[in-house]
Design a protein around this ligand. Structure first.
Ligand code: SF4
Ligand code: SF4
Length: 434
């Protein structure tokens, strides 16, 4: 992907007050809804109706090594199955578990991690059911791919979705050393020659973290959205000279800080990946906060815990720039969700109008695309002519939509164009030639 380091946008930061509050655990969860599979195949649960399942025990028995064994995030009673439609994952077959106990995080003596080879680490990541919060992809799938294709440098991405989420900060604040230990395991698994944790923090927050991890293990990204950390000038860790920067040809791969922590806990204590830290924020939330929740907990439970100053008009799973609107607060928290927003009004108030050709979308696009031109060709159904504009390089960051004065859903259309390109060509005349 082409990278233009001076592109992107500056966003207002709304991370306080959640970022400064301690991480809380949900005191009351009555029922969780957990996927039996994230794929399309039909998988039967291994437990019988009204059987008690222990926290961390498998709900399914995958038939292939590619499938992830999904475990119960709580101790409870299996009370049946249901199909849900989730904005992030589509239609999912799920197990419903009535909760008896949420806890179960006691840790004994950590295992010796020195002699864990790549195959063993891949097995640990798979058996623990770890899913990377950055993209919702199983960690063992990402590690196997990087091991095969090569990875020079591994980054624990402690930067955040924008502008509300602070769950990665909260995790680093609580467990930075363990995150780094997990990252080190992942780096040894894929054969990376180096690793560091990327953050965007104020000097007051960054200094203590640098002391805990070592300055050369912490990396401050620029104050721009989205983070373009693959660029040469952003590859130099704190406390190092520019000459120590990675070469442009180096392949840098990213995993989330929560996935790093889950890998460490799985390797050291045999713990499965059962929950996540989620930021609950937005102007309809009375007490914005980071919460640790078991997977499968209904979003409504998180909103009840934090309180609402008024009934939200708009619920977003994820953050403002890339999150998806949710119809119902009964949807479960699933891996890959690190932020939930409850807002009083819809964030986009402009009624979309025609493109005025101002060029702002192209100016901010960090992938160097021409978003308005891509959208024009898509809308004119000139799919064949999309190929040269590389809509597949779009990562959906949403910066183009954010700056569009006409209120157009540019990012959404560019993503559509990535799937449409090359499938059909309808010639509507000369209009597109100019
Ligand atoms: S959403 Fe895609 S087209 Fe828009 S700015 Fe981001 S990368 Fe560029
Ligand atoms: S920012 Fe909006 S109005 Fe301006 S060129 Fe892009 S799509 Fe058109």
């Amino acid at each position: 992907m082409p990278v233009h380091t001076n592109r992107g946008i500056r966003l207002p930061q709304n991370k306080e007050p959640a970022a400064s509050r301690d991480v809380a655990r949900l005191s009351r969860v009555e029922r969780v809804t957990l996927p039996l599979s994230y794929g399309t195949e039909e998988i039967r649960p291994v437990c019988g109706l009204y059987e008690t399942v222990m926290r961390g025990s498998p709900l399914t028995k995958p038939e292939s090594q590619d499938e992830l064994p999904l475990a119960s995030s709580v101790t409870g009673v299996f009370s049946g199955t249901r199909v849900i439609s989730h904005p992030l994952y589509g239609e999912l077959d799920c197990a419903v578990i009535d909760v008896l106990a949420v806890e179960g995080d006691e840790e004994g003596k950590p295992a010796n991690l020195d002699k864990l080879g790549p195959d063993k680490l891949l097995k640990i990541a798979r058996d623990a059911g770890i899913i990377d919060e950055l993209d919702g992809i199983p960690l063992h799938t990402k590690l196997s791919q990087w091991r095969e294709e090569g990875c020079d440098f591994l980054v624990a991405d402690g930067t955040q979705p924008e502008p509300y989420a602070s769950s990665a900060w909260a995790v680093l604040n609580l467990s930075a050393e363990r995150v780094q230990d997990g990252l080190k395991l992942a780096a040894s698994c894929v054969g990376a020659s180096g690793y560091h944790t990327a953050v965007f923090l104020s000097p007051e927050r960054r200094r203590p973290l640098a002391q805990r991890l070592g300055e050369h293990r912490l990396f401050q990204v620029p104050n721009r959205y989205p983070v373009t950390q693959y660029a040469r000038r952003y590859r130099t860790p704190l406390g190092k000279k520019r000459a120590d920067a990675l070469p442009m040809s180096a392949r840098v791969c990213r995993i989330g800080v929560q996935a790093c922590l889950a890998l460490y806990r799985a390797a050291a204590y045999g713990k499965p990946h059962c929950g996540a830290v989620v930021t609950v924020a937005g102007d309809a939330v009375a007490t914005p906060q980071n919460l640790y929740v078991p997977f499968g907990t209904p979003v409504q439970n998180l909103l009840d815990h934090c309180g609402l100053s008024q009934e939200p008009a708009y619920l977003i799973l994820g953050d403002m720039m890339t999150g998806r609107a949710a119809e119902s607060a009964e949807l479960p928290v699933l891996p890959g969700m690190t932020c939930i927003l409850a807002l009083k009004v819809r964030p986009v108030t402009l009624t979309p109008t025609v493109c005025i050709g101002c060029g702002r979308c192209a100016k901010v696009c960090h992938a160097g695309l021409l978003p308005s031109e891509i959208v024009r060709r898509l809308e004119n159904m000139h799919y064949e002519r999309l190929a040269g504009l590389h809509p597949e390089d779009c990562d959906g960051c949403g910066a183009c939509s954010y700056v569009c004065p006409s209120g157009r859903e540019v990012a959404l259309r560019v993503t559509e164009a990535a799937h449409a390109h090359g499938t059909i060509f309808l010639d509507w005349g000369e209009e597109d030639e100019t």
